[in-house]
Ligand binder design. Structure first.
Ligand code: GLN
Length: 291
C-alpha cells in the first residue's frame, strides 16, 4: 500500500466526522508517532512499506479516532509551553488557556527565582513543570487527589529534567489538607499557590464535544451545578492560611463565573484581585494577593 493510498483511506474513514484540516493533522501525528515519518516524507510521497504490526497499530488508532478519542491519548503525548508531556485517560489534556495562566505568573514575578510554588490538582503536571522550567531555583510542590495522575506527572517531571515534590491530597478534606500544608510549610513559606481545579458544571455538558465528554477524566472536570466554586472555596481558605504575606493565588476559572470567583477572593480578603481574559476573550484566570 502506498502512502497516498493509506492517506485516502484514512480521509474516507473520517471525513464525515472531522474537518479535513483536522484529518490531515491526525495523519501527520499518527504517521510520525507510529512510523517515524515527517511531513516532508508524506508531502514527497516517499516510498514506505509499513510492517503488518505498524499497519495494525495505524488501523487501531483510526478506529479510536472514529470514537472521538483525543489524538493526544492515542499517541500518548502532547506539548505544553514548548515541552513534551505524556498523557493518558487519568489526566486532562493540557489546554492552551492554561499556557496563558503560566505566562501570566511568569510575567507577574520577574527576577523571582527562589519562590516556593504549590500547584493544586496538578494532573499531568503541566503547570508545575512549566513553572519549574522557568523559575529554575524555585521549590515546586505538585498535589493531586489521583495517584494515577501523580504517576504521570512524576514521569513528566523526570522526562523534562525537573525536580518537583509530589503529594497526594484531597483538598476538600480539610483535616488532611492541613496535614499536607503544614508539612510543606515546615520547610518553606509559600509564595504562590496555583490551581486549575474542576470547574465545568454538569449543566454545561450539553455544549461540550464528545472528545472531552467521553474520554477526559470526569474527576478533573466537573462540579455540581449548585456548588460550582467548591474547589475555589477550599483553596482560597487554604491559601488564606498558608500563603506568605503578599503571596499570590492564581486560578484558571470557568469563564461564566468570573464575578462570583472575584467575590470569593474578596470574601477571603485577598487584595489586588484581577480577572484576566484568555486569547478567546473569555474570563479565564484570576489572581489575588494575600494582604
Ligand atoms: N478548560 C477545560 C475544558 O474546557 C476544563 C478544565 C477544568 O475543569 N479545570 O474542558
Amino acid at each position: 500500500m502506498s502512502m497516498q493510498q493509506l492517506k485516502s483511506e484514512f480521509d474516507l474513514t473520517l471525513n464525515h466526522l472531522y474537518p479535513s484540516t483536522e484529518i490531515s493533522n491526525f495523519f501527520y501525528l499518527l504517521t510520525s508517532a507510529l512510523f517515524g515519518l515527517t511531513k516532508v516524507d508524506i508531502a514527497l510521497n516517499r516510498d514506505f512499506k509499513p510492517s503488518s504490526s505498524q499497519l495494525k497499530s495505524f488501523n487501531e488508532a483510526t478506529e479510536r479516532l472514529k470514537h472521538f478519542e483525543p489524538i493526544q491519548y492515542i499517541i500518548g503525548t502532547t506539548h505544553f509551553f514548548g515541552y513534551d508531556f505524556k498523557v493518558d485517560h487519568n489526566v486532562l489534556i493540557p489546554r492552551p488557556e492554561t499556557e496563558e495562566l503560566v505566562e501570566w505568573i511568569i510575567k507577574n514575578h520577574p527576577n523571582n527565582e527562589h519562590l516556593t510554588i504549590v500547584d493544586i490538582g496538578t494532573g499531568s503536571g503541566c503547570i508545575a513543570i512549566a513553572l519549574k522550567k522557568h523559575f529554575k531555583s524555585c521549590n515546586v510542590y505538585a498535589l493531586d487527589i489521583s495517584k494515577k495522575a501523580l504517576n504521570i506527572a512524576e514521569l513528566n517531571a523526570r522526562n523534562n529534567n525537573t525536580h518537583i515534590q509530589f503529594l497526594e491530597i484531597d483538598i476538600l478534606n480539610h483535616q488532611k489538607s492541613q496535614a499536607v500544608f503544614s508539612q510543606i510549610a515546615q520547610n518553606k513559606t509559600i509564595d504562590i499557590i496555583v490551581s486549575n481545579p474542576p470547574y465545568v458544571r454538569y449543566q454545561e455538558q450539553k455544549d461540550m464535544q464528545r472528545n472531552v465528554l467521553d474520554h477526559e477524566p470526569a474527576l478533573a472536570l466537573y462540579v455540581d451545578n449548585h456548588k460550582p466554586l467548591v474547589f475555589y472555596d477550599a483553596i482560597c481558605r487554604i491559601a488564606r492560611q498558608w500563603l506568605n504575606k503578599n503571596g499570590a493565588l492564581y486560578f484558571e476559572i470557568n469563564e461564566y463565573l468570573g464575578l462570583e470567583t472575584k467575590q470569593l477572593f474578596q470574601q477571603y480578603n485577598f487584595g489586588d484581585v484581577e480577572l484576566k481574559k484568555d486569547f478567546f476573550g473569555a474570563h479565564r484566570m484570576i489572581c489575588g494577593q494575600k494582604k
